[in-house]
Write a protein that binds this ligand. Structure first.
Ligand SMILES: Nc1ncnc2c1ncn2[C@@H]1O[C@H](COP(=O)(O)OP(=O)(O)O)[C@@H](O)[C@H]1O
Ligand SMILES: [Mg+2]
Length: 417
């Protein structure tokens, strides 16, 4: 700010010279007994000139500081920008990643979250659009109010209107009670319209009306009800192309897309895959109460190059599956059949060349541990307490190990005749 204070704009105006002019006008006003028409006119024109110059200067200053900010944003590393978000107490709500495009999306989200402006989130299925909606909600001043999700693609056309806006008793067969719709449920909060591209044209017209008037009418009623719901919409369709082809209303599109946030597909930010695997592996270990996931080298290579048509959702599901199925080191054979490379049988053990020495040791140790437990269990007839005692181990620990190896004590109980 110090530099800006005495900065001289192109036409020679500075804040200092403006203040001087204001002071002259102030003293003129103070010392004049009575102003005649001519003096008033003169002062007024001086005031306007000063006002104009102040606006110009402030505009220039804003422009300069904006371009400075932009430069520093470009220079800051992605990691730094993520730390900055954290420091500003940004609620990530489970969003993870460090691709510049994701951080940029979060920065936009941070800026628009506290406003009432509609946001349109673009991205393929599984890229985290719903997560962004949550982030927008969590970082706004409506965070304590409801966030209501409507999947426009999942509701049959004839029910959509009643689902969104509610209905009056008797409005149609089956309408046995007055019922509030999703917009009313979201009053004060946020409504997330997922798959907005699937909304039929009739629904689009009604939605546009609601956005314009901030009022809804329940189906079968002509009483308008005020609703204040911040709209976040999401789609994986090209809405502009749909506008051209007449399947999406242009006026609605412009209304919804004041702010657009695009989330790139995972295959366009592949360097994030290892980090995401680690993140989801930790999550899986914690949620499923499993030991940390360990990947064979060839599985890791596969996961790093795979295209993920289902994006982050698919990656997350894969990691959970691997964590659950792999006893020690997860390998290609643990992949679901639809992506398992040809020639890998589901029961095929990895070859030594595909594993690191650490993997091999862990594998051997795990196998030995499992065999040891199986033996103890059959000797004790599936009695876990007895097993714990016989191997001098705490019972809870034995249970954990059994879980780790997928062993069930009841499988070792003697069959009753
Ligand atoms: N950046 C991310 N960090 C962590 N998890 C993510 C991220 N993006 C997506 N996910 C997870 O992937 C799954 C799909 O996300 P979702 O928001 O439902 O995607 P979309 O609505 O685009 O289909 C969810 O389980 C979500 O938690
Ligand atoms: Mg979704």
């Amino acid at each position: 700010m110090k530099g800006a204070k005495d900065k001289v704009a192109e036409d020679g105006v500075s804040f200092a010279s403006l203040i001087e002019k204001i002071e002259i006008m102030r003293s003129a006003l103070r010392w004049t007994e009575k102003l005649d028409r001519r003096q008033i006119e003169k002062l007024l024109s001086q005031v306007s000139a000063v006002r104009e110059q102040a606006m110009k200067l402030s505009h220039t200053n804003r422009f300069v500081s904006a371009s400075l900010n932009q430069k520093s944003a470009k220079k800051a590393s992605v990691a730094q920008r993520r730390r900055d978000l954290l420091e500003r107490n940004f609620q990530f709500d489970g969003v993870f990643g460090d691709s510049p495009r994701l951080i940029e999306a979060l920065e936009v989200a941070e800026r628009v979250a506290p406003t009432f402006l509609p946001v349109l989130v673009y991205g393929e299925s599984g890229t985290g659009k719903e997560l962004i909606a949550k982030v927008l909600h969590a970082n706004g001043d409506r965070a304590d109010e409801p966030l209501v999700t409507v999947n426009c693609g999942a509701i049959p056309d004839n029910l959509l209107e009643s689902e969104l806006f509610g209905h009056k008793k008797g409005a149609f067969t089956g309408a046995t009670h007055d019922r509030a719709g999703r917009f009313e449920a979201a009053n004060g909060g946020t409504i997330f319209l997922d798959e907005i591209g699937e909304l039929p044209l009739t629904g689009q017209v009604k939605l546009l009306r609601v956005l314009q008037s901030a009022e809804i009418q329940r189906v079968g009623s002509d009483v308008p009800i005020k609703v204040d719901a911040r709209v976040v919409a999401a789609t994986n369709r090209d809405l502009l192309a749909m506008c051209k082809e007449g399947t999406f209303r242009e006026d609605l599109y412009y209304r919804l897309s004041i702010i657009e946030i695009a989330i790139p597909p995972l295959r366009e930010r592949k360097d994030e895959i290892p980090l995401l695997i680690e993140f989801f592996a930790d999550e899986a270990a914690e949620q499923l109460d499993l030991p940390p996931l360990n990947l064979s080298r060839r599985l890791e290579a596969f996961l790093n190059r795979y295209e993920y048509p289902g994006n982050i959702r698919e990656l997350r599901n894969l990691v959970f599956r691997l964590a659950c199925l792999a006893e020690s080191t997860a390998d290609l054979r643990h992949l679901p059949e639809y992506i398992r490379p040809q020639g890998v049988a589901p029961d095929e053990e990895p070859k030594a060349a595909d594993l690191s020495l650490v993997d091999v040791k862990r594998l051997a140790s795990d196998q030995a541990e499992k065999r040891f437990l199986e033996k103890a269990l059959s000797q004790e007839g599936g009695n876990v307490t007895a097993v714990a005692k016989s191997i001098d181990m705490n019972r809870a620990h034995v249970q954990t190990l059994l879980k780790k190896h997928g062993l069930k004590s009841k499988d070792f109980k003697p069959v009753k005749a």
